[in-house]
Design a protein around this ligand. Structure first.
Ligand SMILES: [Zn+2]
Length: 440
């Protein structure tokens, strides 16, 4: 029997420490995957006849990680990234599924483009792709897409990420339409008039570098708008890449009042500040920008407390030539798929700032819950056979020359980190290491 067919049939992950916030599991367990789904979780499980066994002793076994916010760039910007290269980066980074933002060319604002992306992803055969369709046609902020049709084609959420809906009325109608389709709007919260012309956070560091700033208020007023609409309509809204202490406070207060708002934070906003921009290096240019140390601390505390539900990368690859245009002219965005998990493990879990279970919740359980993916985000019989194996002691120094992503635009190059994904399993198939691996 060929190896790949054998793998797809049955896989026993033996002897790992299973950490699954969804079921409250934290202990040594075996996980048996049969025909793509988890068949059993327990001690002393036997492999199915002819099945493969992976020795996970010394490793942590968690539900497959899901990145809510990824720019795969295809169709249209294949010089930055393709679905295939983005998915290689995803599985190397421990992600079994990624959500693909719609700011491609064409913009994903239709069932046809949604279906095309899913077919392309299936052909790559690595991580799963859940397309996020645009809120408005062409992300022009004018006319709503047919959300029900996009959702039926496989879109898991709607976002005009990067070109956020400016009109309060259109956002109001978008939230209603998404709710009617049983889906979610993910909003990049930015008042573009307030942010206009800015290239980094408006503060002392920008003043020192002589660069135009993006004020915190540009995020905070948009977060407040979304919360007011969600409250009035009684519907959900998800805030993308929260970056300000004011935004965290607004989400915390809204949640306390029962408003259905959720939020994500990126590793770069959790671990870097505008003071880290000592020279105008375009690999530190992203939108929202790196904020102050107080903002980053508020995000970390929000993540610990669960006000920030999820960690998402906002993986945004660009070419070297684009990033070489200088800080003012270079496009916004940094890559994140291959550094997110080591950063969270090394900088939050290792020093005891975030329990491992809370980290897994932010990277898997919460994204699955937010997107309504009931067969994901947990290690339990009946769930999809998607697992990530972590080695908390593995050296994971960041070397951008070794990225699978086409993008090298990271602010973390050279960081010494410990703790890394060592095996990624999708539907019972080992998709990373790329050679199928033996002992991870
Ligand atoms: Zn965005």
């Amino acid at each position: 029997m060929p190896e790949n067919i054998e793998e797809a049939t049955s896989l026993l992950v033996r002897g790992g420490r299973v950490v699954d916030p969804a079921t409250g599991t934290d202990g040594p367990m075996d996980v048996l995957i049969v025909a793509g789904a988890i068949a059993a979780v327990g001690r002393g499980l036997s492999p199915a006849p002819g099945g493969r066994t992976v020795d996970a002793s010394g490793l942590v076994v968690v539900p497959g990680l899901i990145d809510l916010h990824v720019h795969l760039r295809e169709p249209g910007f294949e010089d930055k990234e393709t679905i295939a290269t983005g998915l290689r980066a995803a599985v190397r980074g421990g992600f079994t599924a990624v959500c693909a933002m719609p700011n491609t060319a064409p913009v994903n604002d239709s069932p046809a483009t949604t279906a095309w992306i899913m077919a392309r992803a299936k052909r790559a055969g690595l991580a799963r792709v859940f397309p996020i369709a645009a809120v408005t046609k062409g992300s022009r902020g004018e006319e709503l897409v047919d959300m029900a049709a996009c959702a039926a084609a496989g879109a898991v959420a709607f976002s005009d990420d990067g070109r956020p809906v400016a009109s309060d009325d259109i956002m109001r109608r978008a939230l209603l339409a998404a709710a009617a389709a049983g889906s979610l709007v993910i909003d990049h919260c930015e008042d573009r008039a307030l942010a206009a012309g800015g290239v980094m956070h408006a503060g002392a560091a920008a003043a020192r570098l002589g660069l135009p700033g993006i004020p915190s208020s540009s995020e905070e007023v948009a977060v407040a708008r979304d919360i007011a609409l969600a409250e009035e309509l009684g519907v959900r809204v998800h805030i993308a890449h929260l970056s300000t202490a004011g935004g965290v406070a607004a989400v915390r207060e809204a949640r306390r009042r029962g408003i259905r708002v959720s939020a994500e934070a990126t590793p770069h906003h959790l671990f870097l500040t505008d003071e880290d921009i000592r020279t105008p290096d375009p690999n530190f240019k992203m939108n929202p920008p790196l904020r102050t140390a107080a903002d980053a601390a508020a995000l970390r505390e929000g993540l610990r407390a669960g006000v920030v539900d999820a960690v998402a990368t906002d993986h945004a690859p660009h070419t070297e030539a684009e990033k070489a245009r200088g800080f003012r002219e270079a496009p916004f965005g940094v890559v994140g798929l291959e550094t997110a998990v080591p950063l969270v493990l090394d900088r939050l879990v290792r020093p005891g700032l975030l329990p491992l279970g809370r980290a897994v919740a932010a990277l898997s359980t919460a994204p699955a819950r937010l997107l309504g993916l009931r067969a994901k985000g947990r290690v339990a019989a009946g769930a999809d056979g998607d697992l990530t194996l972590l080695d908390l002691e593995r050296d994971a120094a960041v070397d951008k020359t070794r990225f699978e992503s086409k993008g090298r635009n990271t602010p973390f190059d050279g960081w010494a980190l410990k703790g890394a994904p060592v095996m990624t399993i999708v539907g019972g198939r080992v998709v990373f290491p790329f050679d199928g691996g033996g002992r991870p």
